[in-house]
Design a protein around this ligand. Sequence first.
Ligand code: HSE
Length: 293
Amino acid sequence: NAVKIRVPGTTANCGPGFDAVGIACTIYNELELSLSNEGGISLEVIGEGAGAIPSDNSNVAVKAIKMVLAKTGHNYQGIQLKLTNNIPLARGLGSSAAAIVGGLIAANELTGNSLTKENILDMATALEGHPDNVAPAIFGGITISILDSGNTQYLRFLPPSGFSMVVVIPAFNLSTKAARKVLPDSVPFSDAAFNVGRTALLVGALCSGELKLLSSALEDKLHQPYREKLIPGMAQVLSAARQAGALGAALSGAGPCLIAFTSSNPEEVGHAMVKAFRIHNVEAKFHILNIDT
Ligand code: HSE
Protein backbone atom coordinates (compact mmCIF):
# COMPACT_ATOMS: atom_id res chain seq x y z
CA ASN A 1 0.00 0.00 0.00
CA ALA A 2 1.34 3.35 -1.08
CA VAL A 3 0.09 6.89 -0.90
CA LYS A 4 0.97 10.07 -2.79
CA ILE A 5 0.66 13.50 -1.13
CA ARG A 6 1.11 16.97 -2.64
CA VAL A 7 2.23 19.76 -0.30
CA PRO A 8 2.60 23.47 -1.13
CA GLY A 9 5.61 25.64 -0.46
CA THR A 10 4.98 28.49 1.94
CA THR A 11 6.20 31.98 2.66
CA ALA A 12 6.37 32.82 6.35
CA ASN A 13 6.57 36.02 8.42
CA CYS A 14 5.32 38.24 5.57
CA GLY A 15 7.28 41.15 7.02
CA PRO A 16 6.21 41.88 10.60
CA GLY A 17 4.38 38.62 11.44
CA PHE A 18 7.47 36.81 12.71
CA ASP A 19 6.81 33.11 13.41
CA ALA A 20 3.04 33.66 13.05
CA VAL A 21 1.88 34.65 9.54
CA GLY A 22 2.24 32.29 6.57
CA ILE A 23 0.89 31.89 3.05
CA ALA A 24 0.64 28.68 1.02
CA CYS A 25 1.96 29.22 -2.52
CA THR A 26 1.36 27.52 -5.85
CA ILE A 27 4.65 25.61 -5.87
CA TYR A 28 4.48 21.97 -4.82
CA ASN A 29 6.44 18.97 -3.64
CA GLU A 30 5.09 15.46 -4.03
CA LEU A 31 5.80 12.70 -1.54
CA GLU A 32 5.08 9.04 -2.20
CA LEU A 33 5.28 6.70 0.76
CA SER A 34 4.91 3.01 1.24
CA LEU A 35 5.42 1.16 4.51
CA SER A 36 6.37 -2.47 4.97
CA ASN A 37 7.30 -4.81 7.78
CA GLU A 38 10.82 -5.40 6.58
CA GLY A 39 13.76 -3.47 5.21
CA GLY A 40 15.15 -0.09 6.14
CA ILE A 41 14.72 3.36 4.69
CA SER A 42 14.90 3.82 0.94
CA LEU A 43 14.79 7.29 -0.58
CA GLU A 44 14.51 8.54 -4.13
CA VAL A 45 14.65 12.29 -4.77
CA ILE A 46 13.76 13.92 -8.07
CA GLY A 47 14.28 17.64 -8.59
CA GLU A 48 15.34 20.05 -5.84
CA GLY A 49 17.65 18.45 -3.30
CA ALA A 50 18.47 15.36 -5.39
CA GLY A 51 21.80 14.09 -4.08
CA ALA A 52 21.71 16.42 -1.07
CA ILE A 53 18.83 15.09 1.03
CA PRO A 54 19.95 12.46 3.56
CA SER A 55 18.26 9.05 3.51
CA ASP A 56 18.70 8.26 7.20
CA ASN A 57 16.99 9.27 10.43
CA SER A 58 18.16 12.86 10.01
CA ASN A 59 15.75 13.25 7.08
CA VAL A 60 12.86 15.40 8.34
CA ALA A 61 10.24 13.48 6.36
CA VAL A 62 11.51 10.24 7.91
CA LYS A 63 11.37 11.85 11.37
CA ALA A 64 7.78 12.87 10.68
CA ILE A 65 6.80 9.37 9.48
CA LYS A 66 8.40 7.77 12.54
CA MET A 67 6.59 10.21 14.80
CA VAL A 68 3.24 9.09 13.36
CA LEU A 69 4.20 5.40 13.65
CA ALA A 70 5.19 5.88 17.31
CA LYS A 71 2.04 7.84 18.11
CA THR A 72 -0.31 5.38 16.42
CA GLY A 73 1.47 2.29 17.73
CA HIS A 74 2.62 0.88 14.38
CA ASN A 75 5.81 -1.00 14.02
CA TYR A 76 6.73 -0.78 10.32
CA GLN A 77 10.46 -1.16 9.73
CA GLY A 78 10.48 -0.50 6.00
CA ILE A 79 9.98 3.07 4.77
CA GLN A 80 10.07 3.66 1.00
CA LEU A 81 10.00 7.33 0.11
CA LYS A 82 9.96 9.05 -3.25
CA LEU A 83 10.18 12.85 -3.25
CA THR A 84 9.49 14.92 -6.34
CA ASN A 85 10.57 18.40 -5.30
CA ASN A 86 9.93 21.78 -6.85
CA ILE A 87 10.46 23.87 -3.72
CA PRO A 88 14.11 24.98 -3.53
CA LEU A 89 15.93 23.88 -0.37
CA ALA A 90 16.93 26.27 2.42
CA ARG A 91 15.71 29.36 0.59
CA GLY A 92 12.81 30.51 2.77
CA LEU A 93 9.99 28.78 0.90
CA GLY A 94 9.13 26.12 3.44
CA SER A 95 10.90 23.09 1.98
CA SER A 96 11.43 21.49 5.38
CA ALA A 97 7.85 22.26 6.44
CA ALA A 98 6.63 20.61 3.22
CA ALA A 99 8.73 17.50 3.92
CA ILE A 100 7.46 17.29 7.51
CA VAL A 101 3.82 17.86 6.60
CA GLY A 102 4.03 15.43 3.66
CA GLY A 103 5.56 12.76 5.90
CA LEU A 104 2.95 13.23 8.63
CA ILE A 105 -0.06 13.23 6.29
CA ALA A 106 1.19 10.27 4.24
CA ALA A 107 1.97 8.15 7.31
CA ASN A 108 -1.38 9.07 8.84
CA GLU A 109 -3.18 7.93 5.68
CA LEU A 110 -1.31 4.62 5.65
CA THR A 111 -2.07 3.93 9.31
CA GLY A 112 -5.83 4.43 9.33
CA ASN A 113 -6.22 8.23 9.48
CA SER A 114 -6.50 8.40 13.23
CA LEU A 115 -4.89 11.83 13.50
CA THR A 116 -6.82 15.05 12.88
CA LYS A 117 -5.34 17.97 10.98
CA GLU A 118 -4.99 19.74 14.33
CA ASN A 119 -2.95 16.79 15.71
CA ILE A 120 -0.82 16.99 12.58
CA LEU A 121 -0.33 20.73 13.09
CA ASP A 122 0.87 20.19 16.67
CA MET A 123 3.26 17.44 15.59
CA ALA A 124 4.57 19.45 12.64
CA THR A 125 5.13 22.50 14.85
CA ALA A 126 7.06 20.37 17.35
CA LEU A 127 9.31 19.07 14.56
CA GLU A 128 9.78 22.44 12.85
CA GLY A 129 10.07 24.58 16.00
CA HIS A 130 7.59 27.23 14.86
CA PRO A 131 4.16 26.96 13.22
CA ASP A 132 4.24 29.63 10.52
CA ASN A 133 5.29 27.42 7.57
CA VAL A 134 3.65 24.16 8.62
CA ALA A 135 0.18 25.68 9.19
CA PRO A 136 -0.30 26.96 5.62
CA ALA A 137 1.36 23.79 4.25
CA ILE A 138 -1.42 21.79 5.97
CA PHE A 139 -4.42 24.08 5.49
CA GLY A 140 -3.57 26.12 2.37
CA GLY A 141 -4.49 29.80 2.11
CA ILE A 142 -3.22 32.35 4.61
CA THR A 143 -2.72 31.29 8.21
CA ILE A 144 -2.01 33.01 11.50
CA SER A 145 -0.65 30.45 13.94
CA ILE A 146 0.75 30.68 17.44
CA LEU A 147 1.93 28.27 20.13
CA ASP A 148 -0.14 28.35 23.32
CA SER A 149 1.12 26.03 26.08
CA GLY A 150 2.19 23.35 23.66
CA ASN A 151 -0.88 23.61 21.40
CA THR A 152 -0.90 25.43 18.11
CA GLN A 153 -3.83 27.80 17.66
CA TYR A 154 -4.50 28.93 14.13
CA LEU A 155 -6.79 30.94 11.92
CA ARG A 156 -7.01 30.22 8.21
CA PHE A 157 -8.55 32.50 5.60
CA LEU A 158 -8.46 33.59 1.99
CA PRO A 159 -8.34 37.27 1.02
CA PRO A 160 -11.38 38.67 -0.78
CA SER A 161 -9.22 40.11 -3.56
CA GLY A 162 -6.36 38.30 -5.16
CA PHE A 163 -2.75 39.31 -5.56
CA SER A 164 0.30 37.66 -7.01
CA MET A 165 3.52 37.00 -5.22
CA VAL A 166 6.83 37.41 -7.00
CA VAL A 167 9.48 35.38 -5.28
CA VAL A 168 13.09 36.02 -6.16
CA ILE A 169 15.38 33.08 -5.48
CA PRO A 170 19.07 33.92 -5.15
CA ALA A 171 21.59 31.27 -6.13
CA PHE A 172 22.81 30.69 -2.57
CA ASN A 173 21.10 29.01 0.35
CA LEU A 174 20.80 30.01 3.98
CA SER A 175 19.75 27.71 6.78
CA THR A 176 16.99 28.83 9.10
CA LYS A 177 19.34 28.00 11.97
CA ALA A 178 21.96 30.46 10.69
CA ALA A 179 19.30 33.09 10.03
CA ARG A 180 17.93 32.73 13.59
CA LYS A 181 21.40 32.97 15.10
CA VAL A 182 21.74 36.62 14.07
CA LEU A 183 18.55 37.61 15.91
CA PRO A 184 18.95 39.49 19.22
CA ASP A 185 17.70 38.17 22.58
CA SER A 186 15.65 41.29 23.14
CA VAL A 187 14.51 44.29 21.11
CA PRO A 188 13.70 47.91 22.03
CA PHE A 189 10.12 48.42 23.23
CA SER A 190 9.55 50.86 20.35
CA ASP A 191 10.49 48.17 17.79
CA ALA A 192 8.08 45.69 19.38
CA ALA A 193 5.32 48.32 19.27
CA PHE A 194 6.20 49.05 15.63
CA ASN A 195 5.68 45.38 14.74
CA VAL A 196 2.45 44.95 16.74
CA GLY A 197 0.83 47.74 14.73
CA ARG A 198 2.19 46.50 11.39
CA THR A 199 1.14 42.88 12.05
CA ALA A 200 -2.38 43.95 13.00
CA LEU A 201 -2.57 46.08 9.87
CA LEU A 202 -1.19 43.24 7.72
CA VAL A 203 -3.80 40.74 8.89
CA GLY A 204 -6.56 43.34 8.57
CA ALA A 205 -5.42 44.32 5.08
CA LEU A 206 -5.33 40.70 3.91
CA CYS A 207 -8.70 39.84 5.49
CA SER A 208 -10.47 42.91 4.13
CA GLY A 209 -8.74 43.04 0.75
CA GLU A 210 -7.45 46.59 1.42
CA LEU A 211 -4.24 45.62 -0.31
CA LYS A 212 -2.83 49.14 -0.72
CA LEU A 213 -2.18 49.08 3.05
CA LEU A 214 0.47 46.41 2.41
CA SER A 215 3.09 49.05 1.63
CA SER A 216 3.27 49.99 5.32
CA ALA A 217 1.89 46.70 6.67
CA LEU A 218 4.88 44.69 5.38
CA GLU A 219 7.46 46.74 7.32
CA ASP A 220 9.38 44.96 10.04
CA LYS A 221 11.88 45.74 12.79
CA LEU A 222 12.08 42.38 14.57
CA HIS A 223 14.06 40.21 12.18
CA GLN A 224 14.70 41.75 8.76
CA PRO A 225 17.16 44.44 9.93
CA TYR A 226 19.33 41.74 11.57
CA ARG A 227 19.16 39.38 8.61
CA GLU A 228 20.05 42.01 6.05
CA LYS A 229 23.77 41.35 6.47
CA LEU A 230 23.26 37.74 5.37
CA ILE A 231 21.69 38.73 2.05
CA PRO A 232 23.73 41.08 -0.15
CA GLY A 233 21.52 43.72 -1.73
CA MET A 234 18.41 42.86 0.30
CA ALA A 235 17.32 46.44 1.02
CA GLN A 236 17.90 47.47 -2.60
CA VAL A 237 15.98 44.48 -3.99
CA LEU A 238 13.01 45.22 -1.72
CA SER A 239 13.00 48.85 -2.76
CA ALA A 240 13.36 47.90 -6.46
CA ALA A 241 10.18 45.83 -6.09
CA ARG A 242 8.27 48.78 -4.67
CA GLN A 243 9.62 51.11 -7.35
CA ALA A 244 8.46 48.67 -10.03
CA GLY A 245 4.93 48.89 -8.67
CA ALA A 246 4.68 46.14 -6.05
CA LEU A 247 2.26 46.70 -3.17
CA GLY A 248 5.07 45.81 -0.78
CA ALA A 249 7.91 43.35 -0.33
CA ALA A 250 9.59 41.37 2.44
CA LEU A 251 12.05 38.64 3.26
CA SER A 252 10.42 35.23 2.62
CA GLY A 253 10.63 33.27 5.87
CA ALA A 254 14.20 33.30 7.12
CA GLY A 255 15.45 34.08 3.59
CA PRO A 256 17.36 34.31 1.40
CA CYS A 257 14.36 34.55 -0.98
CA LEU A 258 12.68 37.92 -1.18
CA ILE A 259 9.01 38.20 -1.98
CA ALA A 260 6.93 41.00 -3.43
CA PHE A 261 3.15 41.26 -3.34
CA THR A 262 1.59 42.78 -6.40
CA SER A 263 -1.79 43.34 -8.00
CA SER A 264 -0.33 44.13 -11.44
CA ASN A 265 2.77 43.60 -13.61
CA PRO A 266 4.41 40.78 -11.68
CA GLU A 267 6.87 40.19 -14.55
CA GLU A 268 8.16 43.75 -14.33
CA VAL A 269 8.53 43.49 -10.57
CA GLY A 270 10.44 40.21 -10.93
CA HIS A 271 12.85 41.60 -13.50
CA ALA A 272 13.51 44.69 -11.39
CA MET A 273 14.29 42.55 -8.34
CA VAL A 274 16.63 40.21 -10.24
CA LYS A 275 18.42 43.23 -11.70
CA ALA A 276 18.89 44.78 -8.25
CA PHE A 277 20.38 41.51 -6.96
CA ARG A 278 22.74 41.39 -9.94
CA ILE A 279 24.17 44.81 -9.03
CA HIS A 280 25.31 43.11 -5.81
CA ASN A 281 26.80 40.19 -7.76
CA VAL A 282 24.02 37.82 -6.75
CA GLU A 283 22.54 35.65 -9.50
CA ALA A 284 18.83 35.13 -8.99
CA LYS A 285 15.69 34.01 -10.78
CA PHE A 286 12.05 34.79 -10.10
CA HIS A 287 8.79 32.86 -9.98
CA ILE A 288 5.30 34.28 -10.03
CA LEU A 289 3.16 32.46 -7.49
CA ASN A 290 -0.43 32.66 -6.35
CA ILE A 291 -2.06 31.65 -3.09
CA ASP A 292 -2.64 27.91 -2.90
CA THR A 293 -6.20 27.42 -1.77
N1 HSE B 1 9.58 32.35 11.14
C1 HSE B 1 10.74 31.60 10.78
C2 HSE B 1 11.95 32.50 10.82
C3 HSE B 1 10.52 31.07 9.40
O1 HSE B 1 11.85 33.61 10.33
O2 HSE B 1 12.98 32.10 11.34
C4 HSE B 1 11.65 30.24 8.92
O3 HSE B 1 11.26 28.94 8.71
